[in-house]
Design a protein around this ligand. Structure first.
Ligand code: XMP
Ligand code: MG
Length: 187
């Protein structure tokens, strides 16, 4: 399944065929732009990055290293997906242990699809009275937005097609691909 040294090669994961959408270089350049913007916005606030697991862990790990000032990191695990379709119900599988009161929080998502996950999580977050909430997503599918959510920084707007790579998976596979691949209609 693995693209050798050629990022233009398609990949097969289980029964599905994926074609290249974003190269590692494109991804890294954009992550560094967002990191620089966040550094400028939160120079002395020691923001707390909250990474939504599992998908956002790759993006979050690059993003915090592109953030050139003091910060902390925490994780929550939410789950709404089975296979290639959103299942509807959101589950909090793992919660946050940190006290958020008075903290500047930066929520890091892998992808905003319907917006349901972020909408649910932001509501929970508000209750803990952070000083501010900033939202960052690596990818966004604008055509699929069913739940209006404020997203402050978007890596890339993409078509409403299933994608893998850079943390995103199909049945647990593909997270370690350094670029992003989209499901091919040709099968
Ligand atoms: P919602 O619909 O709640 O979806 O905005 C966000 C969550 O669903 C997962 N998701 C995907 N995962 N490829 C994936 O591997 C995709 O194309 C995709 N679309 C949504 C993801 O976990 C995200 O947090
Ligand atoms: Mg997933």
């Amino acid at each position: 399944m693995y693209p050798g040294n050629n990022p233009n090669e398609a990949v097969n994961i289980l029964d599905l065929h994926f074609i290249p959408l974003l190269t590692e270089q494109q991804v890294q350049a954009r992550v560094h732009e967002i990191g620089a913007a966040l550094t400028a916005r939160f120079p002395d606030q020691k923001p707390l990055f909250i990474s939504i697991l599992s998908g956002a862990f790759v993006f979050a790990s690059d993003l915090i290293r592109a953030f050139k000032s003091d910060c902390e990191v925490g994780f929550v695990k939410l789950s709404s997906y089975t296979g290639t379709r959103s299942s509807g119900a959101i589950q909090t599988v793992m919660g946050l242990e940190k006290d958020l009161r008075g903290r500047h929080v930066i929520v890091v998502e892998d992808i905003v699809d319907t917006g349901r996950t972020l909408h649910f999580f932001l509501n929970q977050l508000q209750l803990q009275e952070p000083a501010s909430i900033c939202t960052v997503t690596f990818l966004r599918k604008p055509e699929a937005a069913a739940f209006p959510v404020q997203v402050d920084y978007v890596g890339f707007d993409i078509e409403d097609k299933f994608v893998v790579g850079y943390g995103l998976d199909y049945e647990g596979l593909g997270r370690n691909l350094p670029g992003v691949y989209q499901l091919s209609e040709q099968g």
